[in-house]
Design a protein around this ligand. Sequence first.
Ligand code: AMP
Ligand code: ZN
Ligand code: FE
Ligand code: FE
Length: 284
Amino acid sequence: MESRLNPPPFRADLHTHTTFSDGTLTPAELIDLALQYGLQGLSITDHDTAAAYETARPFAKQKGIALLTGAEFSADYAGESVHILAYAFAHDSEIIETFSKKHLERRSRRNLAILKLLQSNGLKIDPEDFEVDFFSQTRPIGRPHIAQVMVKKGYVDSIQKAFHLYLGEGKPCFVYGGAFSVEETLAVIHKAKGLAVIAHPHLIKKRKIFQNLLKMPFDGIEGYYAAFPKNKQERFVRVGKEKKWLITGGSDFHGSIKPSNPLGSSWVDKETFDYLINHQLLNT
Ligand code: AMP
Ligand code: ZN
Ligand code: FE
Ligand code: FE
């Protein structure tokens, strides 16, 4: 039994995906799971869109969990992919919505190019093979969706294999993402009065790129990430503190498609979450 002297620690997972990008749970299912796990705060950070909030917002209110606006934008730095978390922008931000539309367009072009390459490698996939709407105007379709269809059609036996053999960088059916630059993405997030955070910094393999990102006007760095080895966590937390940036945390939960990242496996405390929520309140 919990006593007043020993309340459960406040935890808010700030990096999660839903069916509005490549996660397997709907926003409502994710919120229910977050409550089951005892999380008190949550941010849904779908790839290139905040469309989940239309349903997530009233549902979270009804269920009594604090919801911070979020999205995870793919960006390009000298041909390398960098993921940027945007937080605390206004609900229904037209600036974010317009930017999402541009991302959907570039993803549509890229996805068709990937299907073409797969076909020329003997792996025929049609838009009708997707359980999700391949031509959706609101839900970004990404490589994980294509990988799922490849498994369904028996071309590969796992999503990992689909990436390893075909879709991953340098593999025969890889198509460059064509995302917008880091500078442009930061400008959009700031114009929307949001805060920009370097996502999963350990995935930025080129040291020089990471050093250059540190000189850019980010507001934070994701210092706590699912299954981070302790030394990595300490390193990024230290870098964030040196920069006087926010240090955020989240699991990068995707549901059953990515079992390595359980919901709540990383989080932020009340102080960080309140700072972000207060920033968001200034925008509404
Ligand atoms: P996209 O946005 O279409 O380029 O897809 C990127 C997403 O694919 C990432 O956010 C990961 O969730 C997933 N991904 C990337 N590489 C792999 C991999 N080797 N195995 C499984 N999933 C991957
Ligand atoms: Zn994803
Ligand atoms: Fe990411
Ligand atoms: Fe993510």
